[in-house]
Design a protein around this ligand. Structure first.
Ligand SMILES: Cc1cc2nc3c(=O)[nH]c(=O)nc-3n(C[C@H](O)[C@H](O)[C@H](O)COP(=O)(O)OP(=O)(O)OC[C@H]3O[C@@H](n4cnc5c(N)ncnc54)[C@H](O)[C@@H]3O)c2cc1C
Length: 382
């Protein structure tokens, strides 16, 4: 049974506490789903999460507009991740993929949101390229104005939901200025002519992932999100909302690893007594619990700060993501150690957590990049 004492912290309102309980019960009944075909599993998860109403917080409700509630996003990701990494992925991408539309989309573009919130359309966020991952300013893909159209040419890679998405938010160079200031964001339907899957990518914790090719993809001028040259600002604003939720997912993985370890050391006997009686084992459990609580404090501080109306939470979100993902890796590694041989057995829960956590320290800004962000924020404020 996961420790839920954090829900009594002052960061939350009763609606968050109630959500955590209801979602946990839903997860116990509905998760995990079979993962052998990740495309089918993701479609099933998006459909299920949508039809049961869990995707509503991922995007703007155009009938009742208001800011995205980051605490709700974080609690949902933490809870889903504790039960099934792929369910967390399916939920997270509906938010990340449509974030630019929620924050900057035209009313026409925002018509997609009713579908993504209901699980009837799958979304993706396409920023990274083969030669520009961390270095977004180096984006090479071009969007050239041609009368009433934009024509997109180039490649995007590591695109989650690549191949199964119904809509992509794509960042491309429109050239208003050199570097980051010359990028713009576009809404690209999944069936756009010239958009192709160049390669499906397999990673250690499988989920739908692809390299995409854009061969003169012609879009109406109305596909532009925000203004020309706003692309980098839009991407960073979206990440400002969703970055702390990556920390929340890591927290869910870490909490599951801790729960499994507590169970294991109570049940497993070594040298005539439960492992839990060995002081070195207690030391590991204490370190794990400490890291989980500290990560939770940083994640929910960032979420609360954003929900209280802060324009940007760059420093708080970077700290939350960096600490929660790096520490979750350590917590899960300890869980593997405490499980002995079972910890590395294919199909064991801690083995899958060990694979699940790794990419979170790389995407949406690698750990090293978060350190640069934090240092700039801290030194800039001094
Ligand atoms: C599973 C997965 C899913 C992804 N999903 C998406 C998606 O949906 N959409 C999307 O657009 N992208 C996605 N990405 C791409 C991801 O955002 C990039 O992989 C990430 O930004 C790193 O870029 P890169 O892989 O090109 O590595 P590089 O940019 O080459 O960086 C390599 C390493 O260099 C180090 N480094 C980088 N910058 C600095 C610095 N300033 N100082 C010190 N060290 C530094 C870091 O350790 C980094 O890991 C995904 C990636 C993965 C692995």
């Amino acid at each position: 049974m996961a420790d839920k004492s954090f829900l009594s912290w002052p960061f939350f309102e009763d609606r968050h506490r109630e959500l955590a309980e209801r979602l946990d019960a839903w997860c116990t009944t509905n998760l995990p789903v079979a993962h052998h075909d990740v495309d089918a599993a993701c479609r099933e998860l998006v459909g299920k999460l949508g039809s049961d109403g869990w995707l509503k917080p991922t995007a703007l409700d155009t009938n009742n507009p208001g800011p995205l509630d980051v605490r709700t996003l974080c609690i949902t990701r933490e809870t889903l991740a504790r039960h099934d990494g792929l369910a967390d992925f399916a939920f997270a991408m509906q938010g990340l993929g449509t974030g630019a539309l929620s924050l900057f989309g035209s009313p026409e573009q925002q018509q997609w949101l009713a579908k993504t919130r209901a699980g009837k359309a799958i979304s993706a966020f396409a920023l990274s390229e083969p030669r520009s991952g961390s270095d977004v300013a180096n984006t090479e893909m071009t969007a050239t104005r041609d009368g009433d159209s934009y024509v997109l040419s180039g490649e995007k890679t590591w695109i989650s939901n690549g191949g199964i998405a119904d809509l992509y938010v794509v960042f491309a160079r429109t050239g208003e200025a050199p570097g980051a200031k010359g990028l713009s964001a576009f809404l690209v339907p999944g069936d756009a002519k010239g958009l192709g899957i160049a390669e499906r990518l397999e990673v250690i914790a499988p989920h739908p992932l692809a390299r995409l090719s854009f061969d003169k993809v012609r879009l109406p001028a109305a596909a532009l999100i925000g203004r020309p040259g706003d692309g980098f600002r839009i991407a960073m604003s979206v990440l400002d909302v969703f970055r702390s939720t990556v920390g929340a997912a890591a927290l869910g993985f870490a909490r599951r690893a801790l729960d499994e370890s507590i169970k294991r050391v109570a049940e497993r006997k070594l040298f005539g007594a439960p492992m839990a009686e060995l002081q070195m084992v207690q030391g590991h459990i204490a370190d794990m619990a400490l890291d989980v609580d500290a990560a939770a404090l940083l994640v929910y501080r960032a979420a609360w700060t954003k929900d209280m109306g802060a324009a940007r939470v760059t420093r708080e979100a970077a700290m939350a993501k960096l600490f929660a993902t790096d520490k979750a890796q350590e917590v899960i590694d300890k869980a593997v150690q405490l499980h002995g041989g079972d910890g590395v057995r294919k199909g064991h829960i801690v083995e899958s957590l060990y694979r699940e956590i790794r990419a979170l320290r790389i995407y949406e800004g690698a750990s090293d990049v978060q350190k640069v962000v934090i240092a700039r924020q801290v030194m800039g404020a001094a």
